[in-house]
Design a protein around this ligand. Structure first.
Ligand SMILES: NC(=O)c1ccc[n+]([C@@H]2O[C@H](COP(=O)([O-])OP(=O)(O)OC[C@H]3O[C@@H](n4cnc5c(N)ncnc54)[C@H](O)[C@@H]3O)[C@@H](O)[C@H]2O)c1
Ligand SMILES: CC[C@@H](O)/C=C/C=C\C[C@@H](O)/C=C/C=C/C=C\[C@@H](O)CCCC(=O)O
Length: 268
């Protein structure tokens, strides 16, 4: 996707992977709205980006993605402020197995809502110009993981992405929907583990066996791949220290015998 002059909305963008994704999008020439509950970090990030990329290209919107009205209001603010919307990165996430309903709300319910809003504002059948949605999942959504509710939310994001990314939907909306599945990356979510000791120790062990921690730029390379590969729709990209690979290209039972797959009808 060519991003010069386009408009992006990134949730959970005050810090961490969301901030890294937002900066990569700014570097490619787009305007970016940063949504987050962390007002001080969000304002600081927006001020930093304004200095580097221009005050007219970045704005912070205080938004709890789990509050339906706030998320809807934030999408409307972005369109009012920048005059359109072309790219949504549903990134905000937490890991909390004790407040597990909250974990589902932030990581899955809000991503469903973010996708619906993305389709509302970008979908051609609604008067939009088409666009791209990238959902932040995790390797925890692809493989067994010690924090089961977190893993469930991330697997849900994978299923949501694949199904919204069906080609017949693209033909109608011209909005591609893809997911990024990073492994352990140095951000605050790791530094402040909200998990029981046994799960934490198991994760540390998995991390070591998997080759160690990634850094934010490693994951941003995955985002860049999804931005560059305009033929990808419903794609699920694993990003680890071992490299990147797409998941789930196998045909379902309905296509298995013929081996056919409907081509994309429209490239946004
Ligand atoms: N760091 C990793 O190892 C890793 C690996 C795979 C996937 N992820 C996913 O990447 C995403 C970003 O996480 P991160 O690692 O950058 O962690 P992080 O804690 O640094 O960043 C998460 C951001 O989301 C914001 N946020 C949390 N709840 C919110 C809400 N209700 N509304 C709006 N914003 C909210 C936080 O304030 C924070 O700025 C998450 O979805 C996480 O599950 C992280
Ligand atoms: C692939 C996992 C990903 O989606 C999200 C994980 C989120 C939280 C996990 C966390 O509770 C456990 C972390 C385990 C860390 C293990 C090793 C630490 O030593 C790494 C410390 C990193 C740091 O201080 O920044």
């Amino acid at each position: 996707m060519q991003l010069s002059g386009k408009v992006a909305l990134v949730t959970g963008a005050a810090q961490g992977l969301g901030k890294g994704c937002a900066e990569a999008i700014l570097e490619r020439g787009a305007k970016v709205a940063l949504l987050d509950t962390n007002e001080s970090a969000g304002q600081e990030t927006a001020a930093d980006f304004a200095l580097k990329y221009g005050a007219d290209r970045c704005t912070f919107i205080l938004c709890d993605v789990t509050a339906k009205d706030q998320l809807e209001g934030a999408f409307q603010k972005v369109v009012d402020h920048f005059g359109g919307l072309d790219l949504v990165v549903n990134n905000a996430g937490i890991l909390n197995e004790v407040q597990w309903e909250k974990c589902i709300d932030v990581n899955l319910v809000s991503v469903v809502r973010g996708c619906h809003l993305g389709l509302r504002y970008m979908g051609k059948q609604n008067g939009g110009n088409g666009g791209l949605i990238i959902n932040m999942s995790s390797v925890a959504g692809l493989y067994a993981f010690p924090s089961p509710v977190y893993a469930t939310t991330k697997a849900g994001v994978v299923g949501l992405t694949r199904s919204l990314g069906m080609d017949y939907k693209l033909g109608r909306d011209c909005v591609r929907v893809n997911a990024l599945c990073p492994s352990f990356t140095t951000t605050a979510i790791l530094a402040d583990p909200e998990v029981p000791e046994d799960q934490y120790q198991h994760m540390k062990d998995m991390l070591e066996r998997g080759g160690g921690l990634m850094q934010i730029p490693d994951v941003v390379k995955g985002l860049a791949k999804l931005l560059d590969e305009d033929d990808k729709n419903g794609a699920v990209l694993e990003v680890t220290v071992q490299g990147m690979k797409y998941h789930g290209d196998e045909s379902g039972p309905w296509d298995r015998e013929s081996g056919t797959h409907q081509p994309n009808l429209c490239i946004a």
